[in-house]
Design a protein around this ligand. Structure first.
Ligand code: AMP
Length: 283
């Protein structure tokens, strides 16, 4: 595995792989790698001969009161994990390489960023879409792999790929969970034992709702109430939203179907967690 921190260096290494006839697979991350990230590498390796992973904690997707400066970082641990899983090129650009001057234009979607994560985190999705567009232009992959854990993000990136004509195949891989169901997240490192137990509220609410769907409940509003009632049994969990939405427009559904998605975001102490489940899909 080669570690590269300049755009020019990465482009040269990718050109060499292309000259060998390899397809390029790409896994963008903010690092502090866990098994969820590494499964994305497995997917990329299935689709491409050369796998590029980026580790970049992108400042423009964090709000002023969010955790940019204390976001967990472990570059040497990440490099060992990435190499162990078969990443070929690890891209670790400093902020000055990605933003030599303050960004003066952004990729923005019209509607979705005002809902759910976009409503709670103003500016977040334009930061995400802009950095992913930059990375797509730098890497020019054949296939890019994202996690379903960030459902709204994957939906927006899919839309960007289609509407801005990036010639990239998008793969969205299932959420990887701990044995007790907690979705893996770099931010889980913030949770002490008590907060971690409360963090299970999210997966509990999602499982209660998918179980109700499996038993025949189809009314979106009732499924939403079931989720919120489950969350309310955890007094230390502050809910940002729980909803049952359709997978593309992400609007609440009147009548749920197998491809509807239950989405949830909540705070456990200062830590904000998100999770989701497709109603008709067994975990
Ligand atoms: P992050 O480093 O948190 O920005 O995540 C980088 C990529 O890993 C994104 O596409 C995430 O959706 C994905 N990801 C994060 N956690 C998980 C998980 N538990 N299971 C699957 N993919 C994940």
């Amino acid at each position: 595995m080669r570690q590269i921190d300049t755009i020019a260096g990465l482009r040269a290494a990718i050109a060499t792989a292309r000259a060998r006839g390899e397809r390029i697979g790409f896994v963008p991350t903010m690092g502090f790698l866990h098994e969820g990230h590494l499964r994305l590498v497995d997917e990329a390796k299935r689709a491409a001969g050369c796998v590029v992973m980026s580790l970049f904690v992108n400042p423009t997707q964090f709000g002023p009161n969010e955790d940019f400066s204390r976001y967990p970082r472990d570059v040497s641990g990440d490099a060992a994990k990435a190499e162990g899983r078969g990443v070929d090129l690890l891209f670790l650009p400093p902020v000055s390489e990605m933003y030599p001057t303050p960004p003066s234009l952004h990729v923005m979607a019209d509607d979705l960023p005002t809902r759910w994560e976009g409503e709670v985190r103003p500016g977040h999705f334009s930061g995400v879409l802009t950095v992913v567009a930059k990375l797509f232009n730098i890497v020019a992959p054949d296939v890019a792999v994202f996690g379903r854990k960030d459902f709204q993000q994957a939906t927006l990136i899919r839309r960007m790929v289609r509407e801005l004509n990036f010639p990239i195949e998008m793969v969205v891989a299932p959420t990887v969970r701990e044995n007790d169901g907690l979705a893996l997240s770099s931010r889980n490192t913030y949770l002490d034992a008590g907060a971690r137990a409360n963090g299970l509220a999210l997966v509990k609410s999602l499982r209660t709702v998918t179980a109700a769907f499996a038993k025949g409940e189809r009314l979106g509003s009732r499924l939403g109430n079931i989720g919120r009632e489950t969350l309310a049994t955890y007094p230390d969990v502050r809910v940002d939203y729980f909803a049952v939405v359709d997978p593309t427009a992400m609007k609440p559904v009147d009548t749920a179907s197998a491809d509807s998605v239950a989405i949830v975001a909540a705070r456990v102490g200062p830590t904000r967690l998100i999770d989701n489940m497709i109603l008709g899909e067994a975990e």
